[in-house]
Design a protein around this ligand. Structure first.
Ligand SMILES: [Zn+2]
Length: 421
C-alpha cells in the first residue's frame, strides 16, 4: 500500500512493560485479581487513562465505569472505530487476558499520534470495566452497557460481602440511574476490533503468532437440582436408598460421555454442592451446574436436549427427582466477514500465514456485535494456558498483534469503502 507500512512498526517492549505495571494493581498480594468497581478498578482506570492521554487521546469514564480514550480523526467529530478489551480479571488471573487488547490499542494510537497521522475516522480505545463477571455473576457487563443491552436486574445482585451492584456503583462514584448513557448509537461506531490472547493451543501448534477469529462461542448454562432422600449412613440398607449424590455422579459421567460423542461440543460440570453434606448422612439434595458450548448453535441445542433427556432418565431409574433450569443461553456470534478478510490481509502484510480459528471463550465482541461489525485478532499464548498466573506470551508476539491491528486500522476506510460498493 505505502512505504510506511514497512517502516512503521510497533515494538512490543512498551506493551509488555505496561502489562507488568497494570498487573501490579491487584486486590490480592499474590495472583492477579481485579474485580469490577473495586479500588483496584479505579487505579487501573487511572493508570490506563494516563497512557491514553500521553498517546494524544481525550479520556472519559462512561456511566458504567468503562474507560474510553478518543483519538480524533480528520475531520474531527467523525464516527469511531472502537478498539479494546477488558481491564477486569478473574480471581488469580494471568496478566494478559484483557490487558493485552487495551494496551495494543493504545500503542497503535500512539504510533499514529507520534507521526501526526489522522485517519478519516476517530479511534476510540476502550477498557471495559467488567467482562469476566466475577463479582456480580454477570456476563459482558461493560460491553453490554455500550451496546445498550445492559440487564438492569443485575443492579440488585449482591457480591460475596452482600453489597449490591447499585451500592457498589454509588461507592465508585457512578449513578446506576444513568447506565443508559453508556449506550452508543449505531451511527457513532464503524466497527469493533479486539486483540486477545487465544486461551487455547491452536496457534502454538501451528507455530503462528496471531490468527483471525471466525466466531465467538455462545454458551448454555444449566442449574440442575437432584432431590433424593437424606438418611442415616449406618441404618438405611443400600437397596432402599435414594442417594442424590450417587445420582448426580452418574449424571456427570453421562454428560461427559455425551459431549465426547458429539464432536466439537464441550460440556463441563464446574460446580457441585451436596446437602446436608455430612460424613454420616446419605446426600439428600445436590445442585450442580453444566456449561455447554459447541461450534454451531444447532449442535449446542442438540447437546442441551440430550443432557435433559439423559439426566431425567437417570433420575427416573434411581427414583429421585430433578429440576433443570437454563440460567444462561447465548448463541454463537460470527465475526464480520469483511473484517476477517481485512485481518487476514494485515497478517499477511506482516509476513505471516493467515489462519482462521473459532474462539471457545466468550468475549466483549459478542455483545458489541449487536450494534456494529466486529473483528478479533488472537495472539498465541504459552501452552494455551489462561485464567491462571502462568499465562504467558512473548513480546515479539505482542508486537505482531499490535502491528496487525495497526494495519487493519490504517486500511479500515479502504476496506469499508470497498465493502459498500
Ligand atoms: Zn478476556
Amino acid at each position: 500500500m505505502d512505504h510506511m507500512t514497512h517502516t512503521f512498526q510497533i515494538d512490543g517492549a512498551e506493551i509488555m512493560a505496561r502489562i507488568e505495571a497494570l498487573a501490579e494493581i491487584s486486590e490480592t498480594p499474590t495472583g492477579l485479581t481485579r474485580r469490577y468497581l473495586t479500588e483496584e478498578h479505579r487505579r487501573a482506570n487511572n493508570l490506563v487513562a494516563g497512557w491514553m492521554r500521553d498517546s494524544g487521546m481525550q479520556v472519559r469514564e462512561d456511566a458504567v465505569g468503562n474507560i474510553i480514550g478518543r483519538y480524533e480523526g480528520n475531520p474531527p467529530g467523525a464516527s469511531a472505530v472502537m478498539v479494546g478489551s477488558h481491564l477486569d480479571t478473574v480471581v488469580s488471573a494471568g496478566k494478559y487476558d484483557g490487558a493485552l487488547g487495551v494496551l495494543t490499542a493504545i500503542s497503535c494510537v500512539q504510533a499514529l499520534c507520534d507521526r501526526g497521522i489522522r485517519l478519516p475516522f476517530a479511534i476510540e480505545v476502550i477498557g471495559f470495566a467488567d467482562e469476566e463477571g466475577v463479582r456480580f455473576s454477570s456476563t459482558f457487563l461493560g460491553s453490554r452497557a455500550v451496546a445498550g443491552t445492559f440487564d438492569r436486574s443485575i443492579l440488585d445482585r449482591r457480591d460475596a460481602e452482600g453489597i449490591s451492584m447499585a451500592e457498589a456503583m454509588h461507592r465508585f462514584g457512578l449513578d446506576p440511574e444513568l447506565i443508559g448513557e453508556a449506550a452508543r448509537r449505531r451511527d457513532e461506531v464503524l466497527g469493533y476490533l479486539e486483540v486477545h490472547i487465544e486461551q487455547g493451543p491452536v496457534l502454538e501448534n501451528e507455530s503462528l503468532p496471531v490468527g483471525t477469529v471466525t466466531t465467538i462461542t455462545g454458551a448454555c448454562r444449566l442449574e440442575v437440582i437432584i432431590e433424593g432422600i437424606a438418611g442415616h449412613a449406618g441404618t438405611v440398607p443400600m437397596s432402599l436408598r435414594c442417594d442424590a449424590l450417587a445420582t448426580a455422579g452418574e449424571c456427570v459421567l453421562a454428560i461427559e460421555a455425551l459431549a465426547k460423542g458429539f464432536g466439537q461440543t464441550v460440556a463441563t460440570v464446574g460446580q457441585l454442592s451436596v446437602e446436608p453434606g455430612a460424613i454420616n448422612v446419605i446426600p439428600g439434595r445436590v445442585r450442580f451446574t453444566v456449561d455447554i458450548r459447541a461450534a454451531t448453535d444447532e449442535a449446542r441445542n442438540q447437546m442441551l436436549a440430550a443432557v435433559h433427556e439423559r439426566v431425567e432418565e437417570i433420575v427416573h431409574q434411581r427414583r429421585a427427582a430433578s429440576t433443570i433450569e437454563v440460567s444462561h443461553d447465548a448463541n454463537n456470534v460470527a465475526c464480520t466477514p469483511s473484517l476477517m478478510e481485512a485481518i487476514d490481509r494485515a497478517i499477511e502484510a506482516n509476513g505471516w500465514r493467515a489462519l482462521r480459528l473459532p474462539s471457545g471463550a466468550g468475549h466483549d465482541g459478542s455483545a458489541m456485535a449487536s450494534i456494529t461489525d466486529i473483528g478479533m485478532i488472537f495472539v498465541r499464548c504459552k501452552d494455551g494456558v489462561s485464567h491462571n498466573p502462568d499465562e504467558r506470551i512473548t513480546h515479539e508476539d505482542a508486537a505482531v498483534g499490535a502491528n496487525v491491528l495497526l494495519h487493519v486500522l490504517r486500511h479500515f476506510k479502504d476496506h469499508n469503502a470497498l465493502s459498500h460498493t
